[in-house]
Design a protein around this ligand. Structure first.
Ligand SMILES: [Zn+2]
Length: 508
């Protein structure tokens, strides 16, 4: 059909030619290759800055698992971000040296270093992804305001003051100072309950709102202010060796710490974490100080520095204490949280102004009786609970362990044994007795420890939590009681070492 060729439109003839077909194939292939490369490049750019730390846990290595565990902080709240707790006192097998300080490796080298614009202070990413930390040499004051060098491999380099909380040291300290296998199991169960009751935004609430509990646990608290509740719930995790960078509950702690720093209100008088009262500010400062002291994460330095400054400026200029609102005449409970926070910040390498400590001593002088062996709430009218708090404050602010009123006061309080319901009083007295290495400690502790273990909830959603019939602390509800009970059972390893070398170096 000779005329067929001329009937076919020129465009079809052109398209049908072998040379054009080869050109098409080549074009399509190049477009596909370009698209794939573009997608890969986009993917790499989106992933790289939020690539989280890679944690390596000793136990997982030993089991032959994939050694690098990718921690995805964007996941929804897990029921418990940890393997089932081991009820034995040996939290970490002593034969696994890697458990002492879990190895932390930064993300692979192909991930770009932070851009020069990413200088400190690093504010938390609203998505909850933590900024990359840098190591701080501790022992000396951290380089406040300095910028982390991307060349420094992040490492968990906390001060020696907090070393007993981690790994095999925790088990050894628990054994040596009066813990038991049952008390360690109770700590783990308490932490599991706390982890389960963290709200989706990383906070904890005294009324247990925002978490998965949905009314399944009785005795919610009535206090408001999410910094106080969040920081109080974080302290037991820090006390048992988990931080926002490492440990069994790393994800839970990370969410909590980033929630807290996101709540700071900058003011001309420092960084305000009150959310209502100075109680919230003191507990938050304490939690951030412990997190810095345990990790050396320089990201926390500006927040802690601002928080310490707020404590300084919120102090009652006349009486030297702290109360609900900045500048009010002090009470002993709010003051105690500020003093503990300052002590812990000092141990973490922060500078704490000595006039603030001087004035705090004057406040203690004003509420003391019996020559300093007993303390009242806002006046010298003493009660056992306020006396326990006051005596521990005296230890933080410079009284030596052999000081007669201190010994006399602690001995008087310990005589009747631990209170059956006042978890707050027992929390403070346990610290004072153990710090003093008091002769009554083994007996007092055994009773307090065993009554705490026996009173832990063992059924339903409440499993692992506590609630005591204590009028004074009831507004904090099950959340506050559980945190205080766990903290009390952690006393063997979480205690700030007031009378050891690290504390002397720490300043006041
Ligand atoms: Zn619940």
């Amino acid at each position: 059909m000779p005329h067929e060729h001329s009937d076919t439109p020129w465009i079809e003839r052109t398209l049908a030619s072998p040379a054009v077909r080869a050109g098409y194939l080549s074009l399509v292939a190049h477009v596909v290759v370009c698209l794939v490369l573009a997608l890969l490049a986009l993917d790499a750019r989106r992933e790289a800055p939020i690539k989280p730390l890679l944690l390596r846990f000793g136990a997982e290595q030993a089991a032959g698992d994939e050694p690098l565990v990718d921690i995805d902080l964007g996941e929804p709240l897990p029921a418990a971000d940890a393997p089932a707790p081991d009820p034995a006192v040996d939290v970490a097998p002593p034969q696994a040296p890697a458990d002492d300080v879990p190895l932390i490796a930064i993300a692979p080298p192909d991930i770009p270093a932070p851009s020069p614009a990413d200088g400190l202070p690093v504010r938390p990413d609203p998505t909850g992804t933590p900024a990359r930390p840098a190591a701080v040499r501790l022992g000396a004051a951290p380089a406040v305001g300095g910028r982390p060098s991307p060349a420094i491999a992040p490492a968990v380099t906390g001060t020696a003051a907090f070393a007993a909380r981690r790994g095999a040291a925790r088990g050894a300290a628990a054994r040596a100072r009066g813990g038991s296998a049952a008390s360690e199991a109770a700590v783990d169960a308490g932490l599991a309950w706390l982890a389960l009751h963290q709200a989706a935004d990383g906070s904890w609430q005294f009324d247990l709102s925002g978490c998965r509990c949905d009314g399944a646990c009785r005795d919610p608290g009535t206090l408001t202010g999410s910094t106080a509740s969040t920081a109080l719930a974080l302290l037991p995790f820090l006390g048992a060796g988990s931080t926002h960078l490492d440990g069994r509950h790393q994800q839970t702690v990370s969410r909590g710490v980033y929630y807290l720093v996101s709540r700071m209100q900058p003011t001309p008088r420092g960084g305000d974490f009150c959310e209502g009262t100075m109680y919230g500010h003191g507990v938050t400062t304490l939690a951030l100080a412990e997190a810095l002291g345990m990790t050396g994460d320089e990201m926390l330095v500006p927040y802690l520095r601002d928080a310490v400054r707020f404590i300084e400026t919120a102090q009652d200029p006349h009486g030297g204490g702290w109360r609900y609102l900045p500048g009010q005449a002090g009470d002993i409970t709010v003051s105690a949280w500020q003093i503990a926070a300052l002590k812990s910040a000092s141990l973490a390498g922060m500078e704490v102004p000595s006039p603030t400590i001087e004035a705090a001593r004057r406040f203690l002088d004003r509420v003391q009786s019996q020559n300093g062996a007993a303390y009242g709430y806002r006046t010298p009218a003493a009660k056992p609970c306020t006396s326990a708090i006051g005596l521990l404050c005296r230890m933080y602010t410079g009284w030596g362990s052999t000081h007669e009123p201190l010994q006399r006061g602690v001995t008087n309080l310990a005589k009747p044994g631990p209170s059956p319901t006042n978890v707050y009083q027992n929390f403070y007295l346990a610290q004072a007795l153990l710090q003093l290495d008091h002769p009554v400690w083994p007996r007092w502790n055994a009773r307090n420890r065993d009554q705490l273990v026996a009173s832990q909830a063992r059924f339903g959603h409440e499993t692992g939590s506590w609630f005591f019939a204590d009028h004074d602390t009831a507004p904090g509800g099950r959340l506050a009681h559980t945190a205080l009970a766990v903290l009390t059972l952690e006393v063997y390893y979480r205690l700030l070492p007031i009378y050891r070398e690290e504390a002397v170096d720490g300043g006041f």
